[in-house]
Design a protein around this ligand. Sequence first.
Ligand SMILES: [Zn+2]
Length: 217
Amino acid sequence: MAWAYVWAVMFAGKRWGKLVIPAVLMLGVMPDIDLFLEGFGVAHHTFTHSLFFWFVIFAPLLLVYRLKVVPYFVAVVQHFAFGDFFVGNVMILWPFSQLYFGFKFPMLSVFDVALETAGLLLTAGIIIFNGDLRRLLSVDICNIPMFLPFLALMTSMLFFAVDLPIVPLISHIWYSKLFASIVLAHIFFAIFLAVSTVQGLRTLNIKHRRLANNEKG
Ligand SMILES: [Zn+2]
C-alpha cells in the first residue's frame, strides 16, 4: 500500500487534481485477492499478478479518462512488477507465458524489511510535504472510504496470523527483530488508516447535530 502511494504520486500530474488515496491504497493490494480464491483452484501469484489482466481491466478507463488513470494503473502494477517481483516471483506475462519471473528474495529477509521500511518512510515524507497528511487527518467525508484499506490491511494481517503454520502471532512478534519491525510498521499504518476513517465519520456526526439543531430551531 505504501509503495502504491509512492509510485502513484510519481506518475500523478498536478493538473489532474488530487489522487483518490483510498483507491490507490486498495489497488496496491488488489492482486492478492487470489489468496482468497485458492478454494476455487486459483494459485497465488498467477493471473491477478499479470500485466495483461490489469491492462484489460483498465483499458476502458484509460480510453475514457486517459492520463488521469495512469497513477491508479501504476498503483496496481507496481504490486507485482516491483514488490512481488523482488520479494517473490510472479506470472507477470500470463496468459502468454506460464513462467514465474522475479528475484525471489524471501519474505522477512533483510532486503524485504528494508524495502517495506523504505516504502513506509517515503510515504510518510511525501504525505507530510504535499499536504496529503493534513487532508487525510482532517474531518472530511472523503476520508470515510479509508476504512476499505484498513479492512484489507487487517484481513491480510489476520490471514498471515492464522494461516499455515498456525502460529500465535502475538507470542511470535519478538521472535525476530525483522518480524517485529514488520508487525510494528503494520500496526502503525493500521492506526493511521483507522484515525483517518474516524475523522471521515466525524463529518456524519457534525451533519447529524446540525440537522438536529435546525429541527429544534
Ligand atoms: Zn501479491
